[in-house]
Design a protein around this ligand. Structure first.
Ligand code: SF4
Ligand code: SF4
Length: 164
């Protein structure tokens, strides 16, 4: 029997597994400014992110291959975050000394800029609080950019609006 990888068993991929797929940009690139992280290791017939990218940073040789990213081309615009049906695209920016910026997809009522939100990991675990610094929208899907501690940049993958 072939070994089933951990992320297939749990449905939650780890940073180490993403690295093996070549889906994590080098830290030097993230330190230069916002850059996409496409957490899409499934061989599925989808290329919406490829068409959505205005600079051609994402490509697929065949439609069912996993996406390949040219991190130097990516401007961190967030289009792919807004459009990916699998909520698998994120933008991370490590160019600031004291904080990181993480952009995540959000399909609920959006928080406002300046609001504090609960940060969630890939497994839905609460990771603390962050401050919203940007909200963009397309067809009622939002991409929320939050300011987080640098050590959480590779962990925060969703936000939750705090109840008043
Ligand atoms: S963030 Fe913008 S530039 Fe970067 S891959 Fe996504 S759509 Fe392309
Ligand atoms: S749009 Fe999303 S689900 Fe489709 S290939 Fe791109 S990252 Fe994967």
């Amino acid at each position: 029997m072939t070994d089933v990888p951990g992320w297939k068993k749990t449905g939650i991929i780890t940073v180490e597994e993403l690295k093996k797929f070549g889906l994590i940009p080098p830290e030097e690139r993230l330190k230069k400014g916002p850059c996409v992280i496409v957490e899409c290791p499934e061989e599925i017939p989808c290329n919406i992110c490829v068409s959505a990218c205005p600079v051609g940073a994402i490509s697929k040789e065949k439609i069912y291959n996993i996406p390949k990213v040219d991190w130097e081309k990516c401007t961190g615009c967030g289009n792919c975050v807004l459009i990916c049906p699998g909520l698998a695209c994120f933008v991370v920016d490590l160019s600031h000394d004291d904080y990181a910026l993480v952009t995540v997809p959000h399909e609920f009522l959006p928080p406002k800029v300046g609001e504090k939100v609960i940060l969630l990991g890939r497994d839905g675990r609460k990771l603390g609080e962050g401050e919203v610094v940007r909200v963009i929208e397309r067809n009622k899907t939002y991409a929320i950019t939050v300011k987080v501690k640098p050590e959480l940049a590779m962990e925060v993958r969703a936000v939750w609006k705090k109840m008043k």
